[in-house]
Each structure stands twice: as C-alpha cells, then as structure tokens.
Design a protein around this ligand. Structure first.
Ligand code: 16G
Ligand code: MG
Length: 537
C-alpha cells in the first residue's frame, strides 16, 4: 500500500508556504491551492468511514464565494457536519509537510484512533457547478484508489442534496430510513411532502427565484417537474440560472448579495411588488424580499424565516394537543436581530438559545429540543424534529377533525424540512406552505415585528486570533480591556447592542451593532470598529 499511497500523493502535492485550517466551512480558498488539500481530505474521509463503519460524504463547493474559489468539507453519517474533534485531524493531515510525513500522519491517526485499515469504508462525494470542481474530484478518487476505499461520485449536486444522500445511505433499512439515496428520491420526497403539507391549499401568486447562477438553478428546475401545478398552485420563475458562464456565479445575485448589500439583485430588473427569494451559490441559504416603488426594498432574512416557522409549528403543536409533551425551541446566533429574539421570547413564548456562529453549533443546540428551529440571520437553517416528536405526530389518536388536521400537517412538515442541514429548496417550500396556510403575503409576514436598524462592519486586523470571545461570541475576552470600552460605548445608545468577533472564514474581525435608529446603529458600529482597529493593530 505504501508505494501506491506515495505515488498518488505525489500527483497531488500541497502548495508550500500555507497553513491550512479546517474552518466553519471546511477548507475554502482559491481553487488552485486546493488539489493537495482535497486529496488529503479524501484520506481523512476514508479513515472516518472505516472508524464508524458508515458512509461519509464530501462536498466540493465554495458556496457564495466568487468563482475562482472552491472548498471541500466532510459530511458525517447522519448528514450533519463533521464532528469537531475530527476537524483537528483534517488540519493535521492537510498540513503534513512531505509525502512521507503524510503517510506517517495517516498511519499514526489510524493507530491512535484504533482504525482497522482493512475495514471496508465507503465515501460519496459531489460538487457544485464550479469548473475547478472537476479536477478536485479527481484528487478525491485518487485518494480512494490509493487506499482501497470504495467510493461513489454523485456528480453535480447542491450541498443539502449531498447531505441528504449521505443520511439516506446510512439509514437505509433502519426504522429511521430517510429516503431513497438518489437525486430523484430527493425530488420525490420533498415534492410529496409539499403537496401533503399544503393540505389542499394553493400557493397564491408567482414566486421569482434568483439562483445566484449556481447549482440551485438546474436543480430547482428539475425539482419543479415533480410538483403538480394544479394541486399546489405553485408557479415559479427561475432567474440568474446561467451555469454555462461560470464567471457569473454569485455575481450581483444570490442570498449573500441580498443579505449583505440589503438590496435586490440588479438583474433582471426587479418587478415592484413581486414575490422574490434568493438561494446562495450552493443552495443552502434562502432570503425572501420584495421591492416597492415607494418604500424601496424589504428583506425577510433567516431570523424572519425562523420566527415564521416557529410560530406556525408552535400553533400546530398546540392544536394537536402536544404542547405539554414536546419542547419547542429556537436557536440563533448573536447576529440575530434583537427584535426577532424579543418577538420569539415575548410574543411566541418560546425559549431562545444563542450559540457561536457556524452551522454545527446551531444544529447541535437545536437537537436538544423535540422541535428545534435554527437559522442564522444569513438565511441558513432548518427545523429539526426528534424521533419522539415524529412518533407523536404519527401515533396520537385525534379526538377532533381539527386535531387530526394539525397532526397530519405536522407529520408532512417534518418530512418537508430537510433534517440534515439548511436547504434553500426545502426551506422555500416550508415558507410557501406557511404563507398558504396563513393566507399571508410577504407584507403580512413582515408586520410580525419591526427589525432594529443594524450595521455589520469588517475590520482588517493584524492577527484576528488575538480576538477571543465567550458567551456565544457576544463578549470579548481578549484583547484585555477592549470589552470594557465596547460596554461603555453601547450604554449611550437606546436599545444599543454591539459585539466584535474574529471571522472564521477570513483574516478579519466583524463588528455588529444595532440601535433604535439607523444613524445610531451606524454610529455605534463605527465607534466599536474604531476600538477594534486600535486594539488590533
Ligand atoms: C460559514 C458558515 C456559516 C457562517 C459563516 C460565518 C457553515 C456551513 N457555514 O460560511 O454558517 O455564517 O461561516 O463566517 O457553518 P464568518 O466567520 O467569516 O463571519
Ligand atoms: Mg452556502
């Protein structure tokens, strides 16, 4: 095996002079740095699949980043993110200096973790539409060939589809079987749940979906072939779905553009009053919005989707008579608008948990509830239903038609929401179902609460690692003294709140501030950014 291993490794050298780290989004950088990194992630996935005797997934994507970038991340057997302890092993393998070092590290990891290298193992992988992905999947297959690891190339998929596949394969034949592990199976499952969750209601009005010129475009159009238009009333127009010109990916479009720029994509020219949503480049984030000739642009972000979903599901749980039995909770990060937190706690009377940024943190916190609704403000999120919750929807004997209706809808909704990870397509269907049930327009949805004006600023610093936090990233522990400055400053603003944290994806600090008025929020953000700048240079 050693000769084969070393020969393959030589085909995929690591670019020298870089320190690589498995971050919140796996390894993500310029695609031309990734060949050797991807080969080594393949090795890691093989080890993990042998360790767990399960199928491991790998996704090649850089999400909302521009097209010269790419990325690679590992999906655990249940379809969620790679366990944190293994992120360090990934970092270790990828940073091995020479090919011999790599082989040594690989073997040491296997022996330390008591992995039988003769065990079968199994890895599946997919990529988004970036042309650089083709070369990177070749690096993966070389890693599997070199280590005799069985593998399967799932071709081009959205990130959530690959998560879905991974879970389906690993649960196949068990009581928790998630679905058929094929792309068709994915479309059928969600189309079927969509029809069931609507319960005869029809979606009102057309929906224009901006797909960021990414993989979501072709996949959504595939999906729509499975949705009966007459039964659902679902009429979708897909825009920004050009995947043949890769340089257009995420250009002036997509959920990240809409959220960070706080405006609609300029092209195609927005139609006032029309209902819009945007996916990001790998279709795991979703943002809704409309434009109005008088009032301008209005956005419904992850916080809005979360509060809409939590409110709808909590009402159904009450109607189903399960509110004493099932614990519902909402998970947010510090970026959630304070008005949304207030609405969920005070108005919906649901508990809110705050975790550090990054999907894995939210996901794990959400799993602690029977029904855990988690969204980042950027539009990534899902609702997790426990085995007990799903059993209750299925097995409770209804005492009235209203109770039966609620139980059926809950069962369908729990099938409709992708249980592995945030999924723009599945989340969009959930929003459409809720709006159809409530007979709400986007404007009705928007009136539930009023966002506090807020501002996000990026501050370049010499060393972002000098900024460490606690209390779910809401407070700084280091550099010493900086948090006191921020506290003093925040006190001067009505409804003021601000925090600074090191980015997990670039060498910078991010400052978030909110306050009662636009000008106060801007001023507070600028002041805190100035302090960060002083302490960080
Ligand atoms: C990654 C995270 C995303 C988070 C973002 C924050 C995953 C899959 N993705 O994209 O959830 O919002 O990082 O970036 O966890 P930042 O640390 O640079 O602010
Ligand atoms: Mg994404």
């Amino acid at each position: 095996m050693d000769a084969k291993f070393l020969a393959a490794s030589e085909k995929h050298p690591i670019v020298e002079g870089h320190v690589f780290q498995y971050g919140t989004a796996g390894f993500r950088m310029k695609a031309d740095l990734l060949d050797g990194v991807t080969f080594r992630v393949g090795l890691l996935a093989g080890l993990r699949s042998r360790k767990l005797n399960s199928t491991i997934g790998i996704m090649i994507t850089a999400s909302h980043n521009p097209f010269p970038d790419n990325g690679v991340k590992v999906v655990d057997p249940s379809g969620d993110m790679l366990e944190q302890e293994w992120e360090a092993f990934a970092t270790q393998l990828v940073n091995a200096k020479s090919h011999d070092d790599l082989l040594k590290t690989y073997k040491e990891l296997a022996s330390k973790l008591k992995i039988d290298l003769g065990a079968p193992g199994d890895v599946i992988y997919a990529r988004d539409t970036r042309p650089s992905g083709r070369k990177l999947v070749a690096a993966l297959s070389d890693a599997f060939e070199a280590t005799d690891t069985p593998y399967h190339d799932c071709g081009i998929l959205t990130t959530p589809q690959l998560h879905y596949m991974t879970r389906c394969i690993n649960t196949s034949g068990t009581p928790q079987a998630y679905g058929e592990p094929t792309e068709e199976g994915y479309y059928k499952k969600f189309a079927d749940a969509f029809v069931k969750a609507l319960k005869g209601r029809k979606v009102q009005g057309d929906l224009i979906v901006d797909c960021s010129n990414g993989v979501g475009g072709p996949k959504l159009s595939q999906f729509l072939k499975h949705v009966p238009r007459d039964k659902t009333g679902f009429k979708v127009k897909i825009v920004n779905d050009d995947v043949l010109r890769p340089e257009l990916l995420n250009q002036e479009s997509g959920a990240d553009f809409v959220k960070t720029k706080q405006r609609a994509p300029p092209s195609p020219k927005p139609v006032p009053g029309a209902r819009y949503c945007s996916f990001d480049g790998d279709a795991d984030r979703l943002i809704y919005y409309w434009t109005d000739p008088d009032t301008g642009f209005f956005m419904l972000d992850g916080d809005r989707i979360s509060s809409l979903a939590a409110s709808f599901i909590a009402d159904l749980v009450r109607s189903a008579g399960l509110d004493q039995e099932l614990r519902i909770g909402v998970v947010q990060t510090a970026y959630a608008n304070g008005a949304s937190t207030n609405y969920i706690e005070k108005h919906l009377q649901l508990p809110v948990v705050c975790t550090p940024t990054g999907v894995k943190h939210l996901h794990h916190a959400a799993m602690k509830f029977d029904i855990g609704c988690y969204f980042e403000a950027n539009g990534h999120g899902t609702v997790l239903f426990s085995i007990d919750a799903r059993r209750a929807f299925r097995d409770t004997e209804p005492q009235s038609p209203a109770q039966k209706d609620a139980l059926d809808t809950l069962a369908a909704v729990s099938d409709l929401v992708n249980q592995t990870v945030g999924d723009a397509l599945s989340d969009m269907l959930l929003v459409e179902v809720i709006l159809a049930h409530k007979k709400w327009s986007l404007k009705d949805w928007a009136t539930t609460y009023t966002d506090l004006p807020n501002r996000l600023v990026k501050v370049e610093v010499a060393n972002k690692d000098a900024f460490t936090t606690y209390d779910a990233e809401r407070r700084l522990e280091n550099p010493p003294g900086l948090q006191d400055k921020i506290d003093e400053c925040v006190k001067k603003y009505t409804n003021g709140r601000a925090f600074a944290r090191a980015s997990g994806t670039e060498n910078a600090c991010r400052v978030y501030a909110e306050a009662a008025t636009r000008s106060e929020a801007d001023e507070l953000a600028a002041r805190v950014a100035e302090y960060v700048n002083q302490y960080g240079s």
